[in-house]
Design a protein. Structure first.
Length: 377
């Protein structure tokens, strides 16, 4: 009887998973593109993929902001406008997801049956730009309207997808979408009724304002130019803007934005984030393959990262999971979301524990290369 009961339980679970199995469908913001200017770099409509939640997750929502770097000047934005990161022309009718967005209970036990929204990234500035006039580059007009895409997507979800019935919402994203999570959490909070629970998971979005390994500024001037080029002042955290008069560009960095965020936020990052090591520190090597000075900079990045994360550590409501794995984005693959461990807990277990409780939970991995659960060491 016990064996039959277990089989029946497994059958029911599989059936429930099957109800939410399937691909998310593309919704283009065609009307908002015309009426509100919610358009990609090339002028095509912004949009998102949507997969409907089921059963216990029917009233709960995950809104994921896609990542994909930034375009650092007008010429690069023109190039980007001819790709899927700058034009909805290249987007397929459906998409499927893994990790935190998976619809399989074995990989994503708490959130597998939630409504999932995958907001497509096509503006080049983490959904923060808002420039009314187009910019002509080599005879072609491009547009900086990321914040309008975010607002139009929320409006569409509210009016046509049933988000007005939401009870719980998690705002998330990885890489440039992780940065967007820091930048827009309070904006989304202001959009939703106060009765709706909102928490945020920012994956690999805590990019440091730091010089490269040999002491030259690199990421700061790039961010400063993006911020000005795309007119991001009104598209980021406004409390941060008010606190940084004359240096508003700082509000395009998570470390300067975090002290002003009111939404409960979970920081998920590697202290040896491979994108940051390559693009901020500008290292061409990792660990033992480096020269003496390069290795010293590589190893010091963890301390720099933890120092820059003090606002998170000092928060009474934040969650934090800092790994030592050589990775960039930890929530989008089944292997990392449900397999990589820090202090004997997987990423999904740590996040779920923080999500289900009130107050802070901070887990910091030992220095590289100590963690045997890391896929790359």
């Amino acid at each position: 009887m016990a064996s039959n009961s277990l089989k029946m339980h497994g059958f029911i679970l599989a059936a429930l998973v099957g109800l939410v199995a399937g691909e998310a469908k593309l919704s283009l913001l065609t009307d908002a593109a015309k009426t509100e200017g919610a358009i990609c770099l090339d002028g095509t409509p912004g949009g998102y993929y949507y997969r409907q939640g089921m059963n216990s997750g029917a009233s709960n929502w995950i809104i994921h902001q896609e990542g994909g770097g930034w375009c650092y000047n007008e010429d690069l934005c023109l190039e980007r406008s001819k790709t899927s990161l700058g034009s909805s022309t290249f987007w397929g009718p459906t998409a499927s997801f893994n990790g935190f967005l998976s619809d399989e209970a074995m990989y994503n036990p708490q959130f597998y049956n939630w409504n999932v929204v995958y907001l497509k990234y096509c503006d080049g500035a983490s959904f923060s730009g808002n420039k009314s006039d187009g910019v002509v580059v080599n005879g072609t007009t491009i547009h900086f309207r990321g914040k309008r895409i975010l607002k139009a997507a929320l409006d569409d979800l509210w009016n046509s997808k049933g988000m007005k019935n939401a009870k719980e919402v998690i705002l998330t994203g990885c890489s440039a979408g992780g940065l967007a999570t820091y930048l827009h959490a309070d904006y989304v909070r202001s959009y939703l009724p106060s009765a709706v629970s909102l928490k945020a998971l920012a994956d690999a979005g805590y990019f440091l304002d730091l010089k490269n390994w040999d002491g030259h500024p690199h990421i700061r001037p790039q961010y400063q130019y993006i911020f000005k080029m795309q007119n991001c002042t009104g598209g980021v955290n406004q409390d941060c803007i008010a606190a940084n008069k004359g240096e508003e560009w700082k509000c395009f960095f998570a470390q300067y934005t975090f002290p002003h965020i009111k939404t409960a936020m979970f920081q998920l990052n590697s202290a040896y984030d491979t994108w940051q090591l390559h693009n901020i520190l500008q290292l061409e090597c990792y660990g033992p393959n480096c020269t003496f000075l390069e290795k010293a900079a590589f190893l010091a990045y963890r301390n720099n990262f933890l120092n820059a994360s003090k606002p998170v550590i000092e928060s009474f409501t934040s969650g934090m999971l800092i790994t030592s794995c050589l990775e960039h984005c930890l929530s989008m693959s089944d292997e990392l979301w449900n397999g990589m461990k820090v202090n004997n807990m997987t990423v999904t277990e740590t996040f779920s524990q923080w999500y289900n409780q009130e107050g802070a939970l901070h887990e910091v991995d030992c220095p590289w290369p100590c963690n045997k659960f890391c896929p790359k060491t």
